[in-house]
Design a protein around this ligand. Sequence first.
Ligand code: SF4
Ligand code: SF4
Ligand code: SF4
Length: 796
Amino acid sequence: MEKIKAGIFDIEGLENVKIEIKEMMGEKIPEEEWAPMGPTPMPKIADLREWDRVLLKRYPPFYAPQCDVCALCTMGKCDLTGNKRGACGLSLEAMQGRIVLLACLVGASAHAAHGRHMLHDIEHMKGDLSKIPIDFGTEINVEAPLTRLITGIKPKTVADLKEVFTYIEENIVQLGDALHTGQEGSALDFESKAYQMGMLDSLGKEAADIAQMAAFNFPVGPGRPLLDVGMGTLDTNKAVIFVIGHNAPPATNICDYVIDHNLEDEVDIGGACCTAIDSSRYSTIVKLACSLGRQLRVIRAGLADCIVVDEQCIRADLLYQAQKVGTPVIFANDKKMHDMEIRDGDDPGEIVKDLVSGNVPGVVLLDPLNVGEVAVKVAQQMKPIRRKKGWTLSDEEFKKQVEACTNCGNCTVACPNGIRIGDAHKLAAEGDISLLASQFDICIGCGRCEQVCPQNIPIISTMIKAAWPLIQAEKGKIRQARGPIFDTEIRNVGAPLVLGTIPGIIAPIGCGNYPNGTKDVYTIAKEFGDRGYIVCLTGCMLIDTGLYRDEEGKTLFETHPDVFDRGGIINIGSCVSNAHIHDAAIKVANIFAQRNIRGNYEEIADYILNRVGACGVAWGAMSQKAASIATGFNRLGVPAVVGPHGVKYRRAFMGRKDREEDWYVYDARNGEKVYVGPVPEHSIIAAETIEECLPLMAKLCMRAADTPAGRSIKLTHYMDLNKKYLGAYPDDWTVFVRGETDLPMAKKAEFMQMLESDHGWKIDWKAKKILEGPTVKYDPSFDPTNLARLIRHKKE
Ligand code: SF4
Ligand code: SF4
Ligand code: SF4
């Protein structure tokens, strides 16, 4: 056939021909026109302020100052109690907003800097970034939803992420400037800036995870293999390398070295926190030894023959602790060097000799390609030396230490969880170690008790000794992380999520600063997974969830499907991977509802707030990153619950269900203002106990757009969880009832009776209808929005 040339021609008569149009009328379709640009590409500080005001009006900040003085400049310290203002004019309220912004700045910087650092590492390890495509297979066409939403960019290669990080970095600096004395003076504008910072944090996480997935070929999607998790999985018959932190490239180099030299039978690699999760995406030889809370215990138990640290959530006294048990340390990131020498240019043999001989306790190796060989050889050579010593207390030493305890209580006062170590030591001195052993899981491994003990008792070590059989038995399973949610999965769950018949997405995220041990995180995942919510786990809560098994010896990753669908319990990945949970919500708006996401943050956040029943939980929230993560979720319309230690962030965003005027939205069809009730009631709130947390999360999955079937299911879980964990139905349940069809099906008569007798509602028992009572009406074509500009036809 004659070749068709560019220009105008008649295509009549062609049959069964696939035509790909690249050029029209001699002009190329510009690639950047993949979707129309929304109103706020690369938003600056003020661009989303109106959306923030919508949120802050409904969820005003509630401050719980830890300290009522400010000493951030030399005019201070300033007493801010009562109505006093600082020498610069700052109020106590604004000062709290300022501290929140500062925490979010630190958190967002950690994620964004990690991402940028990784781009440098990847370029060094893999070469030209523009040759690394961002392509996660045919099941994912919307591969960077947050990036598309916030920046308007559709990245094609890892090189395109440079522009994303440039945007983030400039904004972080602008927001950091607002912290300077004499800049922002309004608490609400500090919070708007914190929202902006949280959004940047989300974006930085997505870009970081996409970069590592693309560069290191991390597998994507369901059906991942099971991996070992727990301290007991570390095999001390081998040389043990313990990797800690949040930057996988050095750990990938260790995996490569072990595999390339066939050393799997001689060397064991275990990790803590996100480096463990991310490097196990690279290679399944990596074991997930522990979350943040067990980091010190792995070290002090002497399990590691070589420790490799990179960045974030690593103990600042790591070198000192490692020296106590004779473990050399490799610092593999310039953010953490602990006064050790940079040895990248040196002969690896010399470095190994210096570390193994104890000539130096640690070295800095900034080139990830230098880490593998040194770490493996150090671990191999340290193994025989360290095994001879044994690092847990001997029976005699243990007895001596517990007998030295005077039960003075200093440790209990210093302990964040108030653990009564003195009582446990007293019992142990009498020969009963059970209490001390049981305290091991409640302990978060902070080490504060040891600092205050007048008897200098190595409390961490006495606890390890007592709990040693439990530690050895700590062998769980989790699935390898699966990263982003498939577009096809979103197509399947989009409707039931928006209608409410899948009651919600539950996102346990973040650190291990739990109030009462690791079992609570398992309870959260199991309770919601069993109830048909979609449970998406990341970070330390993910690792700890895998520690528990049912009566048949199965973990939740074996009993629940590995799919983003009803009842699925899935491993999304590390802390940076939790961006994929934002992404899932964004993709519901994009794929299911066909909303344009490009540069269109406000509309999509509004969609999610009104329709996608998702709730985050950071039961052990500890770091500044947890603050920025939660604030990023909140701006996108996703509420979060933190554990009791979370009150130390000093700020909650709590709605007031008694203020009816706060709960009106527009009907986008005609601009009518409609009361929707307090859904979701709070944006971020701390729960005191796990019993309080579970029903609260179910409550925060309710949305304005819930259909009666969906609301009935959500209300059933809310009522049921209250009854199960708090012993009674909640006293606010009636505010979520819009009509008899919202009532839990199985107990409709009982609840109608309660509405009539306890709340004075009028019931037509013959027709089984509510005649008078509820103030909200459900209309199936109701189209809720908080944004006046989305109203299609104003009612005359
Ligand atoms: S920043 Fe303001 S409130 Fe803080 S110490 Fe300085 S003058 Fe006082
Ligand atoms: S501080 Fe030391 S001596 Fe006092 S109760 Fe605790 S372990 Fe015992
Ligand atoms: S290390 Fe454990 S027992 Fe000691 S203060 Fe911290 S949480 Fe409490």
